[in-house]
Design a binder for this molecule. Structure first.
Ligand code: GLC
Length: 435
């Protein structure tokens, strides 16, 4: 978001934005087998590190990425400025394994920030606290000095990120598992990672970031709660009032970084379903892409972003700035009223209904009050006819017999006041007497 926003304003912006792009990118993209290739393939460093010299992104990668995000209807982007392999996409004085000093020969984070600002997108930095290239990460007892150096390096690089790129909207920590708890490619059993915050001295990091970037929002993966929750690959509402964001891959593998051959992808409808599900419960949706080594998003991922973008173009008002309000009360059952047909998102007196099960020409609105003033099929702009019937229901007619458009259609409904769920009780409804 533009300008000097304080944290309260930025929380408001974040919640209204609802939809962001997660970008997992680094020199691992040269191989196209995911972002964790170093440890999954138990690769010695002399096999892995030359990837950084072969990594040659196009000059216009950042503009193209920003365009893709805007076209998909996203309002912010979160880029892996450094993933677990320790390769920094920014120029760093604290580790020369970075984009400015290897193949690209440029500070890719600077390019990213400029392109996002030009496109009016919010700027997010993902940063992995752990760095797998330190022996001390794997063998803390054997290399205690390296453990210290690794933590110090993370602090120093976070300071660089928070000092050199102007105002940042989101700082997304990850990789908080302390040293000595993993073997390559897997967790070392059930080692407790509750001492995460202590291990990384996360309180110090947080105080430093708050000092340098008072308005930035921090996630909850440094071991501290931060400003927002990050359910991964699932939609899970958090405590009322606390911002949260579901992050999700486009495939089931799950692969976050570039996969040259992904054979288990989600369809646009599957992605849309999770997206609307997160939004209706009050969350954000951070949809991941893994650009190729040249920096472009490949056709397979574009094939999902494009239809989602077309859907957002028609139905964006059903997403941005909506709140769960009274239809999915916090702590209530997440299914809510009419769940078998689809999902409601709400904004003041207006309810938007995204159909995941299309009823045909008429829809019965049940267990929701107050009365409906008017209804329109947002997808086509057609006005619909509304009629009150028994059991406090509304019959909506005039819908096309077949679902319009390739993805879920949306109906926009104006109620007399903000909609809420109503409870049927007793047996009166069997004879039509429910009020
Ligand atoms: C998982 C993956 C990691 C990815 C993260 C994003 O933890 O292992 O590679 O960056 O999800 O939330």
């Amino acid at each position: 978001m533009a300008g000097n926003a304080d944290r309260t304003e930025r929380v408001r912006w974040f919640r209204q934005s609802r939809f962001g792009m997660f970008v997992h990118w680094g020199c691992h993209a040269v191989l196209g087998r995911g972002e964790q290739i170093l440890s999954r393939d138990v690769m010695p460093l002399d096999e892995f590190m030359p990837l950084a010299d072969a990594f040659k992104p196009r000059r216009d990668w950042a503009q193209r990425l920003a365009d893709d995000a805007v076209n998909a209807g996203m309002k912010y982007v979160v880029l892996t400025t450094r993933h677990h392999d320790g390769y920094a996409l920014f120029d760093s004085e604290h580790d020369d394994f970075n984009a400015a000093q290897t193949g690209p020969g440029r500070d890719l984070v600077a390019e990213y920030v400029d392109a996002l600002r030009d496109a009016g997108l919010g700027v997010g930095f993902y940063y992995s606290l752990m760095n797998w290239r330190w022996r001390g990460y794997w063998d803390a007892a054997g290399y205690p000095d390296e453990v210290e150096a690794m933590v110090a390096q993370s602090h120093a690089q976070i300071r660089e990120l928070m000092s050199n790129y102007g105002e940042i909207d989101l700082l997304w920590f990850d990789g908080g598992a302390p040293a000595g708890q993993r073997t390559p490619g897997q967790w070392a059993g059930d080692a407790v990672i509750e001492d995460k915050a202590e291990f990384w001295r996360a309180g110090e990091i947080s105080a430093m970031v708050r000092g340098l970037q008072p308005g930035a929002l921090l996630n909850n993966r440094s071991g501290l709660d931060g400003d927002f929750g990050t359910p991964e690959q699932r939609v899970e509402a958090q405590a009322e009032g606390r911002p949260w964001e579901t992050c999700m891959t486009l495939n089931f593998a799950p692969g976050w970084g570039y996969l040259r051959h992904s054979l288990a992808d989600k369809t646009p409808t599957e992605v849309l379903y999770h997206f609307v599900d997160a939004v209706r419960l009050g969350g954000n949706f951070l949809l991941n892409v893994g650009p190729r080594a040249d920096g472009l998003i490949d056709e397979r991922e574009q094939g999902v972003l494009r239809p989602i973008g077309e859907w957002m173009e028609l139905h964006g008002e059903a997403i941005y700035g909506t709140e769960p309000e009274g239809i999915y009360p916090a702590g209530g059952h997440p299914q809510g009223a009419m769940f078998h047909y689809g999902m409601w998102t709400c904004k003041g007196d207006v309810g938007y209904f995204t159909f995941f099960y299309y009823p045909g020409e008429e829809l019965i609105v049940s267990k929701i009050g107050p009365a409906i003033v008017s209804a329109e099929l947002l997808t086509t702009g057609e006005q619909l006819h509304v009629e009150a019937i028994s059991n406090s229901r509304m019959r909506i007619t005039g819908l096309p017999a077949e679902p319009p458009g390739p993805l879920a259609p949306v109906m926009k409904v104006r109620f007399e006041s903000p909609p809420h769920r109503t409870e049927t009780c007793g047996a009166e409804w069997l004879s039509g007497g429910f009020r």
